[in-house]
Write a protein that binds this ligand. Sequence first.
Ligand code: C2E
Ligand code: CA
Ligand code: CA
Length: 649
Amino acid sequence: MLQKMRAFLAVDAKNPELIQAQLAAFSKQVPLLYFTLLTNTIALSLTHYNSAPLLLSFYLPCILYVGCLVRIWFWWRTRRRVVPHEKAVRQLQGTIYLAGVLGFCFTAWALALFPYGGAYAKGHVAFYMANTVIGCIFCLMHVRAAALVLTAVVLVPFTLFFATTGNAVFVAIALNMMLVVGAMVYILFSQYRDFNDLIGSQKALIAKQKETQSLSDENRRLANLDSLTDLPNRRSFQFELDTRLAAATRQKRPLAVGIIDLDGFKPVNDAFGHAVGDRLLMAAARRLGQFTSEHIFAARLGGDEFGLIVEGDLDEKALAQLGDAVCTELQRPYHLNGITAKVSGSLGFAQFPTAGDNAAHLFEQADFALYHAKQHARGGTVVFSQEHEREIMHQSRVDQELKSADLARELHILFQPFIDTDTQQVLGFEALARWDNAMLGRVSPDVFIRSAERSGMMGRMTAILFTKALQTAVQWPRGTRLSFNLSARDIVARPTLETLLAVLEESGFDPHFLDVEVTETSVMTNFEVARCNLNLLIERGIGIALDDFGTGHSSLGYVHRLPLRKIKIDRSFITDIGTDGLSQNIVKTIVDLCRNIGCVCVVEGMETLEQVTILRRLGCSIMQGFYFGRPMHAAQTLDLLDTKTAIAG
Ligand code: C2E
Ligand code: CA
Ligand code: CA
């Protein structure tokens, strides 16, 4: 019981929201409370001014007024302030204490006045006390403890005093007052409970709102973030590009869009597993993150592709420098769980406004520059230029002409011999496609093959070329090898390969003297499908040659997983082999690798005697290049073979 009483009278310090709400609600009632108290008190002192001693009718009430005014002044100063929790608790406790003290003082003063004056004046005392206390209890409604203390401090003496006056009217007033106050206390409790519930549900609502807000903030964050690398994602990149491009357009400032693609990521992923691949991407993203600033934004666009937005007045040279710094950083070896992986990043940039004025166009041009970087500056940066613009125009003309071309008539094959330098024998020929078009003249195979790939014509074109190549090859002495290039599209298109096998069978050429040349990159793009399809050819006795070897990174893992007949060392290592020690080392490594796995090593692009001498010293004997013979017409191959007897390579 005592504990319950104490709980009723205490401030619930564990409920800060309630405390603050109580203080705020009470603060609003303070003026009304003191207005009631003071006006009623003035009225009572005036009705007793002539009958009671000055001490009671004037000086004492004055002291009480001053006390009340001090309280009002304090309220005025702090009325709009949000006070810290501890202070709020102290203020509420102070209010309870003050209710007791003031209640006691005013009650004592009023009762002291009672003996003075006539019946009306006495009635006024009872009226004053009842009236004032009811008014004050109402004003203290939100601070239940204070209201209860006041009730007790005033009602108990009031009832005792008036019930014992012996006057029936006052006894009735006392009883009546008890009933009224009892009803009020009841209302007070239920009102306070409602108030408490209201604050509780407000609190729950605010908590719910906060939770919803933080959930939606988190969702927004996640929706814009790449979950693996914590870099912004493609969607965020798109948004940033639109926003920053709009600002750059308004302020007539330049801006550059960059796309980075990791070279050699797929082999690492396939050879060491996805966990290592993921770590590599995270590490690469961290390295890229080092370059970000207010003016450089980096994002992961998906897979092993990243995007950059560079703001600021950077000319082509400065942009290329920045790009090279990024590429150099990405190229440092990655130490992942005891594995050291090496990949490089190729970067294509397109600048606003020179390369384009909208986000989609800039992105396309950056992609084109990236393609160039991958072809000609692997692991480096290419900034989209006027020359690229012209190339795109040319490409679109090629695309158009190719669609309407009579391929069977316009395409033909040139043959480039490969030689065994130990015996000076021609081992065979690589078939190289040529397209002579009435409108465009001669188009480079690099260009029209890509165009055919884009427009979905590759399969048809390959079948025509293969038929033509075989028409010549069947005329060669038995044992002369034919090397035929397959595009990336061909090796993932089973119907194309099945057509080629049918063409081969019909031609009568012995499959054991046929090699198909595939590039590392084309095999890697979709390794499992490529391997499965190539096996179809291997089963017939056709050899697989890995072309342009050494231009992709970390491809050694693949060499072991594909039954290769030949590896062709890329021309780029040969060009400066006389002066470049690194090229010599790479070539030596590849030669040793071929010897270890028992496949034939071919070097292409041999142009000078010096190169031939060096390559022979490094252990290569099978060579191809202008030094030995340029790509030649079918008839010339027969002339050449007439003079040299071919043997199987
Ligand atoms: P590739 O397979 O690497 O072919 C070798 C390229 O190097 C040929 O260029 C050839 O003419 C050139 N070449 C050979 N020896 C030397 C040399 O000593 N010095 C220099 N500077 N170049 C040399 P080409 O004929 O322009 O072919 C370019 C590329 O087009 C080929 O590269 C190949 O990827 C593709 N290609 C050619 N014909 C076909 C084809 O029938 N089918 C497919 N899918 N691609 C083909
Ligand atoms: Ca080739
Ligand atoms: Ca090649």
